[in-house]
Design a protein around this ligand. Sequence first.
Ligand code: PMP
Length: 395
Amino acid sequence: MPRLSNRISTLNDGGSDGWEVFLKARRMAEAGEPVIELTIGEHDIRTDPEILRAMAEAAAGGHTGYSAIPGTDALRDAVAARIAARSGVATSRANVLITPGGQAALFAAHMAACDPGDTALFIDPHYATYPGTLRAVGARPRAIATDPARAFLPDPQRIAEAAQETGAASLLINTPNNPSGAIYPRATLEGIAQAAEAADLWLISDEVYDTQIWEGAHLSPRALPGMAARTLVIGSMSKSHAMTGSRIGWVAGPEEAIARLYDLSVNTTYGVPGYIQDAALFALRQGTPLETRIAEPFRRRRALAQQILAQQNSVGLVPSGGAMYLFLDIRATGLSGESFAHALLDERRIAVMPGESFGASAAGFVRVAMTVPDADFAAALETLCAFAETRAVAA
Ligand code: PMP
């Protein structure tokens, strides 16, 4: 076999292997062990039957050929209208490129923002794929640490310093945040916007959890003065409409960037299947009632979790306002997030993600996806707390 490229061989370099606990849990479940999986961010419901009907009708109706590459006009219009309604920023079809999921949108946005060798900044803790996505475009990922004592909110001063030091091309942020659940307040976003302007950065704003808001309000930084010209918003139907497997999302940004990203789509994905786009259009036309219904179980389980966690003090809950996860401080056990997650799986058959999978700032934390039915979720969380209690005493 000829030599594999450095780019592909080093894609997953650095950081701990986030998927180890997840894969171990899957193997145990396959072997028939009763494992409760609270690892990946996937709903315990499937895509709504009405959305599937729209998908089937579109396919049966012939929308199975090559589809419009930037997205169908109707879907781009619907996405643009949704963005305009939620953010107040004038947005049209020309500002929207439909992509195979938020993941492809993250890749595309960084392709637009970075040349090979450019530094791409991102906030730690972060969604597991970020560094690999940045390497995939040839950029140098540079993490900016956050502080658990400040609820993992980014410090604009640190961003400004890192941008200055590296001459970075872009900054990737994520609100509501995976894994911490933080919703960035206006003041934080204003500080970030200032830092981006001062260093002439592209701001890439991952907003795939924008329908999962439990406290406070989601603010898109694209809505801040002057920011529409340097912001690329990442959107997705995965979390908002329980359409993870349909692979459909978007990049929204300045017209010129979207026009260039059309070229990228032509030469990589060649678009998203037409029947999936039609299903997404149908889903968006259901408006907020459907989005609220899909987010509701997570809102309920978060309230349950708050009650359970209030009754003990071995596990701390990171103050958060959104997303389908709890981010738990298990430092009182004296264990790393990784050791805790492995021990919890081995001894109690509950799988959670180690904080370290999301970056060094989250060492000593674990992420719990609220993705099993309420009673199972409450029981699992109680078991987790009881487990932490035994370790806290021993520590
Ligand atoms: N961004 C964040 C923060 C995520 O958590 C995820 C998925 N877990 C994605 C992007 C990508 O999602 P998708 O490709 O399914 O849209």
